[in-house]
Design a protein around this ligand. Structure first.
Ligand code: CP
Ligand code: NVA
Length: 308
């Protein structure tokens, strides 16, 4: 069963093939209207369930449009409206859904929910974000970087802010795609050590640097994300903001990176908090290319999972 659960659980050759396929599919579509089908219809006759236990704009719409462009059908389900939200086990839900649909994409809270779904489903399961990782986003980010700057192997990526789920998938990707990664943020919001150790074991240079200016020196890509994630308690908001303010990505900070350093943010952004509008809308920002590329990258992930 080809589940897409995390970047570190997928072979580098498969990851590379997916990025290349995504690029080829994007090129092939050219600028044709979004609602028109692709020339190939590899998902014809296939039904995909998209389950959301948290809000989503990009993941929800890009998966839905992507499946339809490839000839498949979707059903978008919120965790609450399923029996899943009312006591039915994940394992039973996985077994039942597998009788109806050809693939399950789930956005959830606990990683254990995703893993149990994958264990008991007899169809592929895709991770659409958990508290711990966001692999579809970082596949997209690799695609977007390479579209603008060529191979990411050997480049330096600096992450500013919270050592969260999106950072974790960057760390997974550093090991698999062979780039270097620097984290800058307050010690209290450091990423889990296991993510860093694994990337280092695969040969990447992974550093923690408390000084944000030093951290972005020589960076080819500067990335940030919201200071308060969907799984973080609202009560932590003020404390997080106070701790993270020195790590805001603004024009002054970007002058310390390489002159052609790209800026990325998975969105949704809180403008003038984690990144200023001047950076978000500046010449080196590719945030809306990232958003578009969710569509193309996930189409490649869907095809890989289904072997079509
Ligand atoms: N970046 C991302 O996953 O966005 P959504 O939460 O809108 O899906
Ligand atoms: N870190 C953010 C990413 C949103 C796409 C969150 O988990 O809320």
């Amino acid at each position: 069963m080809k589940h897409f659960l995390d970047i570190n659980k997928t072979a580098p050759a498969d990851l590379r093939a997916m990025i290349d396929a995504a690029r080829a599919m994007k090129d092939q579509r050219g600028g044709r209207p979004k609602g028109t089908p692709d020339d190939d219809q590899p998902l014809a006759g296939r039904m995909v369930a998209l389950i959301f236990e948290k809000p989503s704009t990009r993941t929800r719409v890009s998966f839905d449009v992507g499946v339809r462009q490839m000839g498949g059908q979707t059903m978008v389900l919120s965790g609450n409206e399923l029996q899943l939200g009312h006591g039915e086990t994940i394992a039973d839900t996985a077994r039942v859904l597998s009788r109806y649909v050809d693939l399950i994409m789930i956005r959830t809270f606990e990683e254990a929910t995703l893993l149990e779904m994958a264990q008991y489903a007899s169809v592929p399961v895709i991770n659409g974000l958990t508290n711990r990782s966001h692999p579809c986003q970082i596949m997209t980010d690799i695609m977007t970087f390479e579209e603008h700057r060529g191979p990411i192997a050997g480049k330096k990526v600096t992450w500013c802010g919270d050592g969260n789920n999106v950072f974790a998938s960057f760390a997974h990707a550093a090991g698999q795609f062979g780039f270097d990664l620097t984290f800058t943020g307050p010690e209290t919001l450091d990423p889990e050590e296991v993510f860093l150790a694994e990337a280092r074991a695969k040969g990447s240079t992974v550093e923690i640097q408390r000084n944000p200016q030093k951290a972005v020196e020589g960076a080819d890509l500067v990335v940030t994300d919201t200071w308060v994630s969907m799984h973080d308690p609202q009560s932590a908001r003020e404390r997080r903001h106070n701790q993270l303010r020195p790590y805001q990505v603004n024009e002054a900070l970007m002058t310390h990176a390489k002159p052609d350093a790209l800026f990325m943010h998975c969105l949704p952004a809180h403008r003038d908090e984690e990144a200023t509008s001047a950076v978000m809308d500046g010449p080196n920002s590719v945030v809306f290319d990232e958003a578009e590329n969710r569509l193309h990258a996930q189409k490649a992930i869907l095809r890989w999972c289904l072997g079509v």
